[in-house]
Each structure stands twice: as structure tokens, then as C-alpha cells.
Design a protein around this ligand. Structure first.
Ligand SMILES: Cc1cc2nc3c(=O)[nH]c(=O)nc-3n(C[C@H](O)[C@H](O)[C@H](O)COP(=O)(O)OP(=O)(O)OC[C@H]3O[C@@H](n4cnc5c(N)ncnc54)[C@H](O)[C@@H]3O)c2cc1C
Length: 326
């Protein structure tokens, strides 16, 4: 579906979805407010899934109607296009969790919509170590698995036991972590093609007991580091580029190319962390993408390094000139 569907079609689909899955469906919902970069046009159809039951029902519905499906966690790794997202966008709010402290090893079982920061805080409170790095990741468990998110020397792949996943063929199975294709900011979920993605419903993490005071101290350290190094409180999507496999980090390359403060419209390269683009003047998704293209081209010209995007340009970018990506 490339052009927005007709009003009549979306109305019919919305009524049907409401009746079959029992959820409230919005049409043409602007997505900027659901992304940390604060950009993004409308979703044709938009639903919040509050629990795994609703999430499964919505995936089934999308599949049965061949409706393109996009899952949204906290939108903290995304630049959603100004034209928005065609088809159905499901905001994954299913955030149930339980700690199995008596298991060996102790476990956290979390639904995909649980915030990673909450997972870090709750497991820490229970005297379980392993997910402290989650405090640095302003996304959900689902989004963190998708990206194999990591920080402070740890990543999802290091603590994940398994995930319950609705596969491309529509059945839900528990997949061990070893089958999820994890690498640096990589997972199998990034490479699924087709209208309906693989859907992470829940995940199980293995933890280890540790004195709550030492976990609390680690969490404080992470909190302080972030406040000192990242432009928190301003709209961004975290690191725009992945670090190259060797040599200086993406941030260092951008900084040394003199690009801090470079601006396109409302988007600017952060003075605090050169690998962050912030949207400090109500910029558009096109501003952000154009600026990322300038940064990429300049780093190539100055240092001969080809930066790869870490953020995802999601939605309908059909009119976009690829040349502008640098
Ligand atoms: C200030 C800031 C700091 C950051 N720091 C870090 C950091 O230190 N390390 C790091 O790794 N990242 C960092 N990020 C990036 C981001 O927080 C992570 O990539 C996070 O894991 C994204 O989770 P999300 O829920 O926001 O996913 P979204 O951005 O909503 O979605 C990302 C992708 O995941 C898919 N997805 C979401 N939920 C599901 C699901 N249930 N099943 C299948 N697919 C799903 C979406 O469709 C989309 O393709 C930072 C971002 C910001 C804004």
C-alpha cells in the first residue's frame, strides 16, 4: 500500500478491527508525539495494544487483511517520515513483567512493551544484576531486542535467554537467543521482509544475584554518565550512526570534521554529543534526514569512512532522493 487508502476503506477496517479485537482505532493519528525525535506524519490506522492478547489479535487481523503492519515501541530509534506510515501502526504498550527470583538462574519475563529503564530499576530493586545498562535505553523490551540495544559494555544478547515471537507464517514460538541473529546493533528482526514483520511478544532474561547497594551505585553511575554526555531532554533518536568496526567512534569522526552545531531547518548536530541530531526548533523528518546526509558525506570526504545509519528512517519516504542521504 503506497498511497494512503481511501477514507471508506480505512473506516471499514477500523470498524472491523474494533469489533473483532475490541480495541479503539484512530485514523490519521499524527505520529510525532509517539517518537522521541518528535517528527512523523499520520498513521492510516493507529491502535494501542495494552496487553499480549490485544497484540496477538491485531497481528492476526493485519495478516488476514494483508494490511501492512508497523510496531512502535517508544519510537526512540526512529525518524518517521513527514508523510507518515501507511497501513496499521500498533503502539506496543503491553508491559507486564514478573521476576522468577527462585529460578536458577533468576529470570525476568517481560512483555514487549515494558520500558527497559523500568526493567533495570525493578530487577535492581529485587537484587538482580544484568539489566543495569537498560537504564540508558529509552525504549521498550521489543525495540531493544530488535536493535540488540546496548550501552556501557553490555547488550541485550548478553542477557537474553529467549523470546516469544510471532513468525512471518503467523504462529507464536519461543525462540532461543542463539536463533535471533544478534550482532552489534543487529538481529534477525531487522531483516524480515514482507508486509507483516516478526513480532516480539515477550522476552526472558537471565540475571544474577548481587547486593542491591552495588546495583544502585551502578545505576547512579549510568544516570550521571548520560546526563554528562547526552543531550537529554531535547528531542533526538539517540546515536544517528553506528560506530565503524575499527578506529574512532562515529561521534569522534563527526566532531573532528567540525560538524557540531551544523543545522538544517529545525535539526542540528548536538554540541554535547556529535553523533546525536536534535530537533530543537520543531523541525521535520526531512530536516533530520537531510542533515544526516550532509554529516555522512562530510565524514566520507574528510576521513574516507562510510558511516551506516543506526536510526531507522521509517514510513513512507517514497518521494525521497536517495542522493540526499550522502
Ligand atoms: C536519548 C537516547 C539515548 C539512546 N541511547 C541508546 C544506547 O545507549 N544504546 C542503544 O542501543 N540505543 C540507544 N538509543 C536508541 C533506542 O533507545 C534503542 O534502539 C531502543 O532499543 C529502541 O526501542 P523502542 O521501543 O523505542 O523502539 P522503536 O524506536 O519504537 O522501534 C525500533 C524498531 O523496533 C521495532 N519494534 C518495536 N517493538 C517491536 C516488537 N514488539 N516486535 C518487533 N519489532 C518491534 C519497530 O518496528 C522498529 O523497526 C537511544 C535513544 C535515545 C533517544
Amino acid at each position: 500500500m503506497s498511497a494512503p487508502p481511501t477514507d471508506e476503506l480505512t473506516t471499514r477496517l477500523a470498524i472491523e478491527m474494533q469489533r473483532r479485537v475490541g480495541v479503539r482505532v484512530a485514523r490519521g493519528e499524527p505520529l510525532a508525539r509517539y517518537t522521541t525525535m518528535r517528527v512523523g506524519g499520520p498513521a492510516d490506522l493507529f491502535v494501542e495494544a495494552h496487553n499480549a492478547f490485544e497484540l496477538r489479535g491485531l497481528v492476526r487481523f493485519a495478516r488476514s487483511r494483508e494490511l501492512p503492519l508497523f510496531l512502535l515501541g517508544r519510537g526512540s530509534d526512529l525518524v518517521v517520515s513527514d508523510a507518515g506510515i501507511r497501513g496499521l501502526v500498533v503502539l506496543v504498550r503491553a508491559g507486564g513483567w514478573r521476576i522468577g527470583a527462585a529460578a536458577d538462574p533468576p529470570l525476568l519475563v517481560a512483555e514487549a512493551g515494558l520500558a527497559m529503564a523500568k526493567a533495570a530499576a525493578e530487577t535492581g530493586r529485587a537484587g538482580l544484576s544484568g539489566l543495569e545498562f537498560g537504564l540508558a535505553i529509552p525504549g521498550t523490551v521489543g525495540g531493544a531486542l530488535w536493535a540488540n540495544a546496548g550501552a556501557h559494555g553490555h547488550e541485550v544478547a548478553g542477557v537474553l535467554v529467549s523470546a516469544s515471537v510471532i513468525g512471518a507464517e503467523g504462529s507464536e514460538t519461543v525462540r532461543p537467543a542463539a536463533e535471533l541473529g544478534f550482532g552489534y546493533r543487529e538481529s534477525r528482526f531487522k531483516h524480515v521482509t514482507g508486509a507483516v514483520p516478526e513480532v516480539i511478544v515477550s522476552a526472558t532474561f537471565a540475571l544474577e544475584p548481587a547486593p542491591p547497594e552495588s546495583i544502585a551505585a551502578r545505576l547512579d553511575e549510568i544516570r550521571r554518565w548520560r546526563q554528562g554526555h547526552q543531550p537529554l531532554g531535547l528531542p533526538s533518536a539517540g546515536s544517528v550512526f553506528r560506530n565503524p568496526p575499527e578506529g574512532p567512534s562515529a561521534g569522534e569522526l563527526i566532531d573532528r570534521a567540525g560538524l557540531k552545531g551544523r543545522r538544517v531547518g529545525g535539526a542540528v548536530v548536538s554540541e554535547k554529543h556529535a553523533n546525536f541530531i536534535i530537533n530543537d526548533r520543531a523541525g521535520s523528518a526531512a530536516d533530520v534526514r537531510r542533515l544526516a546526509g550532509i554529516v555522512r558525506a562530510e565524514v566520507r570526504r574528510r576521513w574516507g569512512v562510510e558511516l551506516r545509519h543506526e536510526v531507522v528512517f521509517a514510513g513512507d519516504w517514497s518521494g525521497w532522493e536517495e542522493a540526499a542521504d550522502g
